[in-house]
Design a protein around this ligand. Sequence first.
Ligand code: H2B
Length: 99
Amino acid sequence: EHAMTIARLTDAERDAALASLPGWTLREDGLAICRTFRFADFAQAFAFMTRVAIVAEKADHHPEWFNVYNRVEVTLTTHDADGLSKRDVALAREMDGFA
Ligand code: H2B
């Protein structure tokens, strides 16, 4: 249990968010959104991850991700909400802005 709780998106909020986030898909269980980013090389991929890490830490909202060379596979979910929250949508937009 966490001291802070965050509301889970309603189905309608989730659908609207996804419609506004081209490139992101809903995970099969409906509890997360996913996107694969591709860069020119590892340096570009890791620079992206570094920028994301700084805003993620500042927001106390952290991605699940997997990097191989120029590819970064990202999953966003809010553990404290047992699903998607507005924090995932906000972080997805920031990631899109950095990519
Ligand atoms: N990141 C994500 N993605 N979801 C969370 O629910 C979450 C987090 N909770 N980062 C934060 C940390 C929480 O565990 C701490 C205690 O604030």
